[in-house]
Design a protein around this ligand. Structure first.
Ligand SMILES: [Zn+2]
Length: 225
């Protein structure tokens, strides 16, 4: 039976979840926290406190794992397009759209994988995350100077959507954020930045801020030119 005319007041509990980040460094041990003045806090840093980048190795080749939903593929395609259009740089290439993997576990760990991971397995390697707090996580690997492998995991234990409707997490916002990490961006405390580390259900944060765009251009244009 349908009730008509009665308005329901849904209390919004404001679930705030982290768009997280996890690093693995090779070679040199981390030498402690870098002075934020060196990077304005916007970049992932090398062991000697320089922004971590892919150097000349653009575009970054990604494979979409076969666990990804069609919506997630659309979201990542759109997020890639957004970053490239706003920065004017060819940043990513998708070299395979249905790559064999199992629940986000790679068979070939050299690939930059974008995949779903189910909630209960979110706490396992290499994510070791909290399934109730993280709708997405980028795991990144670097040597002394450069990023050489980044994998994006999306937690499909959450309700995810393409239209940011209430009670779901917006896939495009997640994709834009995690792709920012794969390029070498760290979190910021600017809520207008796509690199802000928290997102609410129903919230859309798809457009890189001018500072986000400039952060990418600052490092990659100087390398590429
Ligand atoms: Zn993040």
């Amino acid at each position: 039976m349908r009730r008509v005319g009665k308005q329901r007041h849904l209390k919004h509990f404001g679930i705030l979840v982290m768009l997280a980040l996890l690093q693995f460094a090779c070679g040199m041990p981390e030498m402690g926290k870098c002075e934020s003045s060196l990077s304005a806090g916007r970049y992932l840093m090398s062991s000697d406190c320089r922004p971590l980048t892919w150097g000349y190795e653009l575009p970054v080749p990604f494979v979409y794992g076969n666990s990804l939903s069609q919506d997630a593929i659309i979201a990542f395609n759109e997020a890639i397009d957004t970053w490239e259009k706003r920065t004017g740089i060819r940043l990513f290439s998708v070299i395979h759209e249905n790559y064999p993997e199992y629940d986000g576990i790679e068979f070939n760990t050299n690939l930059n994988l974008i995949a779903f991971r189910s909630g209960p397995k979110w706490s396992q390697e290499p994510i070791n995350g909290d399934p109730d707090k993280e709708p997405g996580k980028t795991v990144y690997y670097h040597d002394q100077n450069y990023l050489y492998n980044t994998d994006i995991h999306v937690n499909n234990g959450y309700a995810l959507s393409l239209d940011g409707r209430p009670e779901t997490f917006d896939l495009i916002s997640i994709a834009v954020h995690e792709l920012g990490h794969t390029l070498g961006l760290d979190h910021t405390d600017d809520p207008g930045s796509v690199m802000y580390p928290q997102i609410m259900p129903g919230q859309k944060r798809r457009e890189p801020s001018p500072a986000d765009i400039q952060a990418i251009r600052n490092v990659y244009l100087s390398i590429l030119n």
